[in-house]
Structures are given as C-alpha cells and as structure tokens.
Write a protein that binds this ligand. Sequence first.
Ligand SMILES: N[C@@H](CCC(=O)N[C@@H](CS)C(=O)NCC(=O)O)C(=O)O
Length: 219
Amino acid sequence: MSDLTLIIGNKNYSSWSLRPWIFMKTAGIEFAEKRVALGTDQTKTQLEPYFSDHKVPVLVDGDFIVWDSLAILEYITGKFPDCGGWPVDPEARAVARSVSAEMHSSFFELRENLPMNCRKKFTSFSPSSGAQKDIDRIKAVWRYCKQYFPNKGPWLFGDFSIADAMFAPVCFRFYSYGVNLDGSEKEYVKSMLSLLHIIEWGKAAKLEKEVLEYAEVRQ
Ligand SMILES: N[C@@H](CCC(=O)N[C@@H](CS)C(=O)NCC(=O)O)C(=O)O
C-alpha cells in the first residue's frame, strides 16, 4: 500500500500541480491527494509544514517530502523504476529531459498571458507577440520530437512519459484560449484532453468555486 500524498493547488489554476498528478494517475501509482486552495488567508499556514516556500505541488512520502513538479516526477521515477517516467532509448531520454527542462524553465510570456484556467473558453483571444513566440516554440518542440522519434501513438516519445505530463497544462491553455493548431499539434492536444484522468481533472476544476483574480484574463 502506497503512503504517498500529493499536495496540490486549485485544479482550475494550478498548472504545476497537474504535472505530477497526471503522470502518477496515468502510470497507475496510488496516492492520496490533498488540495490547498491558493490565495486564501489560510494558504500560507496550510503549506507551512512542507518547506516548499508555500508552493505546490509537494509530494509527501511517509516522513519524507519533495517539492517542485519536476523533482517530484524524478523522485517517482526513482521509486517506481517501471513507471515509464523517461523513455528507455538514451537519445529519446535525453531529448525528453531537454524538452521537460525547457517547459519547466521557459515560456514566461505564455504563463503570464495565457494562465491555465480550465473553466475558461475564449472564442477570439489574441496572444501577445511574446506569448505567440512561446506558442510557436512549443509547437516546434512537439514537431521535433515526433520527427526524430517517430511512433504510432499520440505521445511525444511512444508511451506517455514525464515529457507529456510536463506539457499537459499547455494543452489546457491552448484549448481555453483557442490557440490555432494544425496537424500533429492539434492531434496531440486532442489526445491529451481525451485522457480520462484529464477529463476528471477538468470536471473537478469546473466545480471549484474560488476565483483567483490574478489568473483571470478579461477580454
Ligand atoms: N517550480 C515550481 C513552481 C511551483 C509554483 O509556483 N506553484 C504555484 C501554484 S501553480 C504556487 O504554489 N503558488 C503559491 C500561491 O499562489 O500562493 C514547481 O515546478 O513545482
């Protein structure tokens, strides 16, 4: 029996929380989930015990904690070596790490201009030029993976991997803000948003009542 608890933020807004959550769900790893609503008077106190600088996600494994979405995913891969975290082929694994690290450390305009908001569906949204550059780069990254590591399935490196988990929030963003997509990128986003656990996350997000003004884009 697993003793893992994943501390997450609001499902509607917390893109970082979604990454380890969707990977662990997809890999069939059992865990309990504890949601801490962000931006409330209690948030700081509720996150105080985890040494994460009051940020989510945090993974609690017994009396051990690890924070930061990518670090959690690495920890899970170490703990469950058969979970398919990284591709087995060394070149595919290296590129999967490259694109995951890039997703983790870049695309600031996209984060700012198109914050994850699963409840929202814009019909005519124009990204800023910086956000559009980020969008174009993400699309190029996906095409690159598909070109150099061809596989029949929908995912970047064959089986669903950490790299796909890292891009899951971007798929919600592309859908919500009506980002123009074609060909394989369109298929990729469609496949991601059709995953049962992504549907589950989206439904839970829609039931949440909190509104974080800083993450609400007004048209
Ligand atoms: N680099 C961290 C970033 C974590 C982060 O910034 N999380 C946001 C929520 S998505 C947070 O906890 N913010 C604190 C707050 O809004 O009170 C990671 O990958 O986990």
